[in-house]
Design a protein around this ligand. Structure first.
Ligand SMILES: NC(=O)c1ccc[n+]([C@@H]2O[C@H](COP(=O)([O-])OP(=O)(O)OC[C@H]3O[C@@H](n4cnc5c(N)ncnc54)[C@H](OP(=O)(O)O)[C@@H]3O)[C@@H](O)[C@H]2O)c1
Length: 252
């Protein structure tokens, strides 16, 4: 059954946000069918990184009706992924994905963020939402990066330093790529996704996208709380929204 849009508070809130920040072109692209199916407007998503987590999340964005351009340093290797995910998926260079996206998703090793920030930072900062999935992990990124990120106040504030002016929301940082597809739209109660960000419009957009993917976003605080959105913290793994709120209260 189609949802009654006029009575849908999520949609009303999103329209206010989108109308205020994203302009007429994007609003014109919204189709009632996609609204009805996902509860969130289709947004073009530029994914920087399309490995284990990038492809798992990309599949969920596409399932929710969002066109996705996957990118990496080797886009030629991503053609098979895009073909498997259907007509909403395409492949491009990082530059093309940044230009394509209404929203940019960063899903690369943390050690890649500095270079990405230097090369594409200005274009990334012009987007109303940058979803930061990236985690500083010693065994992959090196202990110096982990130490540096901690000195900045944790992953959220560190990402903000690497991407000046970007409207960052951290999300999905503690959920495994192996699980994220299986637990979307969990019957009997959605899995919560803790998010952290400072920009209200970016947060609203992120919430709409995450709901459409079949999860319940739970804002746990501003970017300083991003330090808890990592594997191995109490907020990592799979929790109900109520559990996330309870855990987050103990972390302030
Ligand atoms: N795996 C998980 O379950 C999981 C869960 C939550 C969060 N995360 C976080 O998500 C991020 C990605 O993890 P992953 O497991 O998906 O890693 P992965 O499988 O190694 O994929 C990394 C992707 O980033 C691309 N990449 C690397 N350097 C790049 C650069 N300089 N510019 C553009 N693209 C670049 C890689 O492609 P090319 O090498 O071809 O450029 C690849 O597509 C990490 O920060 C991780 O901590 C992962």
């Amino acid at each position: 059954m189609e949802r009654h849009h006029a009575a849908d508070p999520d949609r009303r809130r999103f329209l206010q946000v989108a109308g205020g920040g994203l302009g007429v072109g994007l609003l014109a692209a919204l189709t009632p069918r996609a609204w009805a199916q996902t509860g969130a407007a289709p947004l073009k998503i530029g994914s920087i990184g399309a490995g284990r987590m990038g492809s798992a999340l990309g599949a969920l964005f596409i399932k929710a009706g969002h066109p996705v351009m996957f990118s990496s340093r080797h886009p030629e290797n991503l053609k098979e992924l895009a073909a498997r995910l259907g007509p909403l998926a395409q492949v491009g260079t990082v530059e093309q994905a940044v230009a394509f996206g209404d929203v940019v998703v960063l899903v690369v090793p943390y050690s890649a963020l500095e270079e990405i920030g230097k090369t594409y930072g200005r274009a990334i900062a012009s987007k109303p939402l940058v979803l930061d999935i990236c985690n500083p992990i010693g065994r992959r990124d090196g202990d110096a990066i982990v130490k540096w990120a901690n000195e900045q106040g944790g992953a959220g504030l560190a990402s903000a330093k690497l991407l000046p002016g970007a409207h960052i929301v951290r999300a999905f940082n503690g959920i495994s790529y192996r699980r994220v597809g299986d637990i979307a739209h969990r019957p009997g109660g959605l899995v919560g996704v803790p998010i952290a960000g400072d920009d209200p419009k970016a947060i609203s957009l992120a919430e709409g996208i995450i709901r459409g993917m079949g999860f319940e976003p739970v804002l746990v605080g501003g970017l300083p709380m991003g330090k808890y959105l990592l594997p191995g913290t109490p907020l990592a793994e799979e929790h109900t929204p109520a559990e996330i709120r309870q855990i987050a209260n103990t972390l302030h």
